[in-house]
Design a protein around this ligand. Structure first.
Ligand code: LLP
Length: 437
């Protein structure tokens, strides 16, 4: 390959939408993330590993804040922590001045432990247990987002017992269908989430909270889905919320998360700036006075900040059929291809400057045929021992990881300015038996 071809390859990584901000090909021809040579990082910490560029996480948080600051004064950016629920991520976003969305007692525990002021915690869940409601109230969370009439009753009863008045929002199902995988649509009436507008439940929810002596209704919430590129449904959801909202009590409008990210080079999601602009304008058009505007991004804060590094093992060539390149992870560290049919890019990190020309299917090491990470990836001919990287795995990879086949879950490594540090250690075989009696 010519020197200019190598330069061109490097430029492709630098200008890429799927790699963390600041990624490049270094002078050894290897992929660099957060100033760290990914091959060196794997030598030190092993594979598979989730590797994040810390600066990328911070830059995306700042992009959200800047997009709001340029438009309005009263806003809140809430990190939907289900996307990457580990302490270091909670800490980064706490430091950047974000609030946090927790969807379970476990996430609440993690957010508090990571140092979030409880007032900045928003507690979600379509089936919060009594124990979780108590945990939220006792912790003093800023907002509980009520998902059902029964929950409103239970929460009010507990607040009476605890002698507290809890600010709440009502989660509304606005009857809007977002253009995304059906598994992650949440705004349509036929949903397990929230109180419907069309069936009148949301209005009943408003009445119930207003009548509850220990709850204070402060606003509404709607989240129409995830991995969304088409922003128009947000405008419709906002209009639907406006029908229900009353300035008497609606001081806060949480219009959810959902901004999609690029998983492949062909993906063109809207920018954070555009997304915030559409939501703010949509609200300004139909709300007077304009309440505090709250958004709840998860994926778009962490998704492109992280990559997964694997080691290539068995290469199985079936003549005229397909070549399988097996790596040392798979559906236990990234369920998304199997669950949603999601596409990913891939690269051989050792030779990131080479033009890829071999079509292979990247398989995991798990005991089922669905365990394929990328079908028909084009790579520089993979060899056993190579480090294979899939970018854009920062969201819902670690979050949905499992111990299938008793595989210890990978570590999380943060890279910044050339320093790599483990922020979640790799599970050990001891961990695998630690809870067994
Ligand atoms: N707010 C609520 C109430 C949510 O349920 C979610 C995501 C978010 C905010 C954040 O959405 P985001 O900005 O990340 O799109 N496991 C799936 C995604 C499930 C999303 C669940 N809720 C995936 O891997 O694509």
């Amino acid at each position: 390959m010519t020197a200019s071809e190598a330069t061109r390859r490097s430029n492709l990584i630098e200008g890429s939408v799927v790699y963390p901000i600041g990624s490049r090909v270094n002078d050894r021809g290897r992929l660099e993330v957060g100033g760290c040579d990914v091959v060196e990082v794997t030598r030190e910490f092993g594979t598979p590993a989730y590797i994040y560029a810390e600066d990328d996480l911070r830059a995306r948080a700042q992009a959200y804040l800047a997009a709001f600051r340029g438009r309005i004064d009263d806003f809140e950016v809430v990190y939907a922590s289900k996307a990457a629920p580990f302490t270091a991520a909670y800490r980064v976003f706490e430091q950047e001045g974000l609030s946090v969305d927790v969807a379970s007692g476990g996430e609440l525990h993690m957010a508090v432990r990571a140092g979030f002021d409880p007032a900045r915690i928003h507690m979600h869940g379509n089936n919060k247990s009594d124990a979780e409601l108590r945990q939220a109230v006792d912790a003093g969370v800023g907002h509980v987002i009520c998902d059902s009439l029964a929950e409103i009753e239970r929460l009010d009863a507990y607040c009476a017992e605890a002698g507290r008045v809890q600010p709440v929002l009502i989660r509304v199902t606005p009857g809007v269908k977002a253009d995304t995988h059906t598994y992650i649509q949440t705004g349509q009436l036929d949903s397990k989430f929230g109180l419907g507008l069309a069936d009148g439940l949301a209005a009943l929810g408003v009445e119930a909270v207003l009548a509850a002596p220990n709850l204070r209704l402060v606003g509404l919430h709607a989240h129409v889905g995830s991995q969304i590129f088409e922003l128009e449904p947000y405008v419709r959801a906002i209009e639907a919320l406006a029908e229900l909202a009353d300035p008497e009590w609606c001081r806060l409008l949480n219009v959810g998360g959902g901004l999609g990210i690029a998983y492949t080079e062909a993906d063109e999601p809207p920018s954070i700036e555009t997304y915030v602009g559409v939501k703010v304008r949509g609200i300004e058009r139909v709300f007077d006075p304009v309440p505090r505007i709250v958004v709840e991004p998860g994926r778009s804060l962490v998704g492109n900040a992280g990559v997964t590094a694997y080691t290539v093992g068995t290469v199985k060539e079936i003549p005229e059929v397909r070549t399988y390149v097996a790596v040392d992870g798979g559906m236990s560290d990234n369920m998304r291809p199997m669950l949603y049919g999601s596409r990913y890019e891939a690269i051989i990190a050792d030779r990131a400057d080479q033009a890829p020309e071999t079509t292979v299917t990247i398989a995991g090491m798990h005991c089922e045929s669905s365990d394929v990470i990328v079908r028909d990836a084009i790579l520089d001919a993979p060899r056993p021992g190579d480090v294979l990287v899939t970018p854009s795995t920062g969201a819902y990879g670690y979050a949905m990881a499992s111990n299938y086949n008793a595989v210890p879950r990978p570590p999380v490594v943060f890279c910044r300015a050339g320093d790599a540090r483990v922020v979640v250690r790799r599970e050990t075989y001891e961990d695998l038996t630690a809870r067994d009696e």
